[in-house]
Structure formats: structure tokens, C-alpha cells
Design a protein around this ligand. Structure first.
Ligand SMILES: [Zn+2]
Ligand SMILES: [Zn+2]
Ligand SMILES: [Zn+2]
Ligand SMILES: [Zn+2]
Length: 249
């Protein structure tokens, strides 16, 4: 971005700063009867306008809302070194995956792991602490038929493989520890092979962006979902032969 654009952006951002909490306001931005504004969070905690003591109205400041939709916001971890700028739709997504923010180990959902660190350090952690659930290749086998999460490192990125049984259905999904737009550069292929070596189920999906919300992950349709009866045809001694292959689109 050239200097002028950056300077204009910073002036506009200044207008979007909430005078109470100093966070940036996002739509809907409502006014007091004299035309001042504060963010919706602060509006819930103060009764009168902190600038003029007038009452708040339901009138929205459309011009400022329009600016809010067009301006690029700095990452909340700017002070820790993240200098990236994002539009209002993408900033929260970025905050969820910014390498300057601490993340929980994805395996904490199924194993007792309290690791909480920078995304850049997750690979070393998973390698050291979760043997059998960490893969440094783009094709690997699902570790067990029980609910689990595994981490895969390939293409210079980190991916999670999640498996969960819910309401007699087995769900399998791959996510990139990154945004959904970065994730859309990758696809994952699931191949479930029967012990007779003949039958197989093969499906390919786009990789998803990172979330710990399994409702969201498994409802996205970008995951393999099989009923128990189908899975049982492929299971021998409680084991299934499912290969996950990651590749670029
Ligand atoms: Zn505020
Ligand atoms: Zn006011
Ligand atoms: Zn950031
Ligand atoms: Zn861990």
C-alpha cells in the first residue's frame, strides 16, 4: 500500500475508534441525540452519551458504517509484531489464526493437553508430545476409529484431521490451521478400504479453515460423513483402513 493510502486509512480508523474503550466500532453504529457515537459493546454498559450526556437514539450513522466496511483494520496483535491489515469481514477470521496470537493445541479436545503457544511452535509440540497423532507427510492413515484429532505438517502448513462419531454417523474432516481462503487452496481425499481389498469408498473435499466448533466443521458438507452400517462393512477387529491424502487444488 502506498503512503497516501495508508495515511488516509489511519485517519479513517481514528474516526472509528470508540471514545470509551478505544476499540474500533463495527456496524451497526448508533448515535446519541446530538450525533456522537460509541461502540455497541460500550453502549450496553453506559446509559448516556459519554461525550455530551445526551440519550442514545436508534439512528444509525450510515456514513461511518460505510467507512467501517471499506477501511482496512490492523490486527489486534499489532503491538506483538503483526503488521497485517484486514477488511471487517476478514479481521475476526485472521485473529483466530494470527501467528502472533496464542492457540491451544488442537488435540486438547480429545487428549489431556494444556499446551497453549504460538502457532509457529505447534509443530514441534505436536511432534514431541503426540506421537501417533502427528504426521509429517501429505498422506497418512487415520490413527483410530474413536473420536480423535491429529496434526499433519506438509506444504509448509499445518492441518488438523478430526474424526467424530455423532448420532450413529462417523464424520471425518480436514482443516488448515489458517483462514478459509488459505484453506481453499487445498483438497483432501479420503479413501476407506475394505479388508477384501476390493471395495472402497473415495471422496474428495476442499480443506476447511480452522475452527474448534465441530458443529460448524461437520455441518459444512466439506467433510466425509458415513453411517455406522456403512463403516461396519469396512471395520475388522475394531480397526478401519482410512487414508487421508492432502494435495493442492
Ligand atoms: Zn467501546
Ligand atoms: Zn453525545
Ligand atoms: Zn495478526
Ligand atoms: Zn498438545
Amino acid at each position: 500500500m502506498d503512503d497516501l493510502k495508508r495515511a488516509v486509512g489511519e485517519v479513517l480508523l481514528k474516526d472509528l475508534e470508540c471514545p470509551v474503550c478505544m476499540q474500533y466500532m463495527v456496524p451497526p453504529i448508533k448515535l446519541c441525540t446530538n450525533g456522537h457515537n460509541i461502540c455497541s459493546k460500550c453502549r450496553g454498559t453506559v446509559k448516556r452519551c459519554p461525550t455530551c450526556r445526551a440519550e442514545f437514539s436508534e439512528i444509525r450513522c450510515l456514513a461511518l458504517e460505510d467507512i467501517a466496511r471499506r477501511v482496512k483494520y490492523p490486527c489486534a496483535n499489532r503491538q506483538r509484531g503483526c503488521l497485517e491489515l484486514f477488511s471487517i469481514e476478514h479481521i475476526n477470521e485472521h485473529h483466530a489464526v494470527c501467528v502472533y496470537v496464542k492457540i491451544k493445541c488442537p488435540l486438547h479436545l480429545f487428549k489431556n493437553c494444556s499446551w497453549n503457544g504460538l502457532k509457529n511452535d505447534l509443530k514441534e509440540h505436536a511432534k514431541a508430545a503426540h506421537a501417533g497423532y502427528f504426521f509429517e507427510v501429505s498422506a497418512f492413515k487415520s490413527p483410530i476409529l474413536k473420536d480423535c484429532v491429529a496434526v499433519a505438517s506438509c506444504f509448509g502448513e499445518l492441518f488438523t484431521y478430526s474424526q467424530q462419531k455423532k448420532d450413529d454417523r462417523y464424520n471425518f474432516a480436514v482443516q488448515l490451521i489458517g483462514t478459509s481462503s488459505e484453506a481453499s487452496k487445498y483438497k483432501c481425499e479420503f479413501t476407506l478400504r475394505a479388508p477384501n481389498g476390493v471395495e472402497q469408498i473415495r471422496s474428495t473435499f476442499f480443506v476447511q479453515g480452522y475452527s474448534e466448533n465441530f458443529e460448524t466443521i461437520f455441518n459444512s458438507r466439506n467433510c466425509l460423513s458415513l453411517d455406522e452400517e456403512t463403516i461396519n462393512r469396512f471395520v475388522v477387529d475394531g480397526k478401519h483402513n482410512l487414508t487421508v491424502t492432502l494435495s493442492t487444488v
